[in-house]
Write a protein that binds this ligand. Sequence first.
Ligand SMILES: NC(=O)c1ccc[n+]([C@@H]2O[C@H](COP(=O)([O-])OP(=O)(O)OC[C@H]3O[C@@H](n4cnc5c(N)ncnc54)[C@H](OP(=O)(O)O)[C@@H]3O)[C@@H](O)[C@H]2O)c1
Length: 177
Amino acid sequence: MGKKRKLVLFISTSLDGYIATKDESLDWLFKVEGEGDNGYSEFYETVDTILFGKRTYDWVMKQGIKELPYKNKECYVFTRSSLDDKEDVKFINEDAVHFTNKLKNQEGRNIWVVGGGELLHSFIKNKLVDEFIIKVAPILLGTGIPLFREGDYPLNLSLKGVRNFNQFVELHYEVKK
Ligand SMILES: NC(=O)c1ccc[n+]([C@@H]2O[C@H](COP(=O)([O-])OP(=O)(O)OC[C@H]3O[C@@H](n4cnc5c(N)ncnc54)[C@H](OP(=O)(O)O)[C@@H]3O)[C@@H](O)[C@H]2O)c1
């Protein structure tokens, strides 16, 4: 059996730790001058499963697309409602931590948690995240939807690498077990 697959957060944030404005705009992020695809395709190859909170999924679907742009990956959306699965996505309303632990114990490539902050919070509180890859955009938003929520969850991290993609700084951390 290979190494246990990891749960990895791959996300962009403002310097002051917001992933969107309060009205869920990411315009500030798309204005930042990056480099190439900012490491996206390299990361994308390392995962075969993708997790979303329902608000993040809704945001993606509001961008004028008919289906998720994640072909050949297993996509799960966590929600406390009961929703019918679609061809390209399954809606999960069982306990997110229990479900994700089961996924982590299956064979496969790594698992990408796209966000947002609320879903991430459940995973952090329960020490499920193995790595954080965070791209910091050169902007202070002052207010917005926070990447990290307040909570009693100290996590010690070890820095695996720092890269920059033009104006973005990518911080790559591994959780110390
Ligand atoms: N900057 C970036 O790279 C980036 C990345 C991802 C997201 N975002 C942005 O972040 C915003 C959304 O973040 P958010 O923190 O507000 O919301 P979120 O975490 O995406 O979604 C919250 C919703 O997910 C469901 N959920 C969360 N935790 C759950 C759990 N433990 N069990 C079951 N269901 C759970 C609930 O859905 P129900 O209400 O249906 O029960 C909850 O209302 C969007 O604007 C998105 O565009 C930005």
